[in-house]
Design a protein around this ligand. Structure first.
Ligand SMILES: *[C@@H]1O[C@H](CO)[C@@H](O)[C@H](O)[C@H]1NC(C)=O
Ligand SMILES: *[C@@H]1O[C@H](CO)[C@@H](O)[C@H](O)[C@H]1NC(C)=O
Length: 386
């Protein structure tokens, strides 16, 4: 009887603790999401994270024992996926299902447009904020190739070019003056090796986009290591992604920014945030900021780590339907009012979560469910970009 009473009281205490944390988690999350660093906030974040670890583990054991499908908390469902075969070009290929490989969504950012930097003696990417028009290109799939459609300024008509999904040595040899010789590309803090496909882009495209004449297409077969914020046992590389394999955003977060941006910001599109994995049906806008360990459950169950909130530059101010930059920065201004939530970046707004897949060669589908195993109040501890 004594043992039973002890066990019951332990069980009840744990239940009460779990419920208490759950009751206040919304308020705690609001409190810790701030750019102001104070000892109180640091302590609350620490407590919140410890509690989430405990409740996450308890939930997991209970639900696994009970044989339930979700082992954590329901975190929404996959809505759609976006793939940008050439970094910065197009507003993405929108699909309901797609394969994930070692690098992220298959073929995402496998190409980039670069110019040669003589000082650094390497190629550097041309950024979307420098040439916003690149976002107006339309990309689709066409019999094993990516088809790119754009408005040609020389002919005044639509023009097209194709790039292969799978790049073969043969393709490289035919489209590069350097054969299969690897060249260095510098992307933020990382250096990658790639093939310079200087014969792949046609001069009409370069002129129509207003790209510098020396712009060349680059393809990287192996990419760069992605370590900051990644689990130690996960060996991950990314291609011309800024750093992480995927950016996850939610419809709820987007709708809220769109509503707050008002008439002047009506042009805003999800694509301008450059996400890959768009989820919906989350508890509240920006709930995804707290998804630290989660599984995507569809035909299979795949583990993910939420590594870092995405610190935004001016790109969300691009009207991707026209390929123009809103010089007033309406979206940046809107977000600056309430999305400065990382104390390591007090003057920058956050939107979206960089996530890392623990496995490779699986498929993500619309309707797959997010099973959030551990929430965490994260901030940037190490900057992988600059
Ligand atoms: C698709 O591509 C393959 C190989 O490149 C080619 O043999 C085939 O004729 C193409 N099909 C169409 C419909 O264009
Ligand atoms: C690309 O290569 C993969 C195997 O590496 C193959 O499954 C796929 O069908 C290829 N795609 C095209 C369009 O050739």
């Amino acid at each position: 009887m004594g043992h039973f009473a002890t066990a019951l009281s332990v069980f009840l205490s744990i239940t009460v603790a779990v419920l208490t944390v759950d009751c206040f988690s919304l308020q705690l999350e609001q409190y810790v999401e701030s750019y102001q660093k104070t000892w109180l906030r640091t302590s609350v974040r620490y407590l919140y994270n410890v509690c989430q670890r405990v409740t996450g583990a308890l939930l997991w054991y209970c639900k696994v024992l009970l044989g339930m499908k979700l082992r954590g908390r329901y975190g929404g469902t996959v809505d759609y996926l976006l793939i940008y075969p050439i970094k910065a070009v197009s507003s993405g290929l929108k699909v309901d299902e797609w394969e994930v490989d070692h690098f992220g969504l298959k073929h995402d950012r496998q190409y980039v447009i670069c110019k040669y930097d003589t000082k650094k003696a390497c190629y550097i990417p041309i950024l979307l904020k420098e040439v916003p028009k690149l976002s107006s290109v339309h990309v689709s799939l066409d019999n094993g190739s990516f088809k790119f459609e754009y408005d040609s300024t020389t002919t005044g008509n639509k023009a097209v070019f194709y790039l292969p999904m799978n790049v073969t040595d043969d393709y490289v040899e035919h489209h590069s003056s350097f054969g299969t010789e690897l060249k260095l590309i510098s992307l933020w803090l990382a250096t990658l090796e790639g093939f310079v496909l200087d014969k792949a882009l046609n001069p009409d495209f370069i002129a129509s986009m207003g790209l510098p004449k020396e712009a060349v297409l680059v393809y990287s077969p192996n990419g760069k290591a992605c370590k900051v914020g990644a689990p130690k046992d996960v060996d991950r590389n990314t291609l011309f992604h800024d750093y992480y394999p995927m950016l996850m955003t939610s419809q709820e977060s987007y709708e809220e920014v769109r509503r707050n941006a008002g008439e002047n910001g009506k042009y805003v599109r999800m694509e301008a945030f450059r996400p890959n994995l768009i989820i919906k049906d989350v508890d509240k806008p920006f709930a995804e900021d707290f998804y630290h360990k989660f599984d995507i459950v569809g035909n299979s169950r795949i583990g993910f780590t939420g590594a870092l909130k995405c610190i935004r530059c001016t790109i969300p101010n691009i009207d991707v339907s026209k390929g123009t930059m809103d010089k007033k920065g309406t979206i940046s201004k809107t977000m600056s009012k309430y999305r400065r939530v990382d104390e390591a970046n007090p003057y920058k707004s956050c939107f979206g979560m960089y996530v890392i897949q623990h496995e490779k060669n699986f498929v993500i589908r619309k309707g797959d469910r997010l099973d959030v195993l551990q929430k965490r109040a994260m901030k940037m501890d190490e900057n992988p970009f600059y």
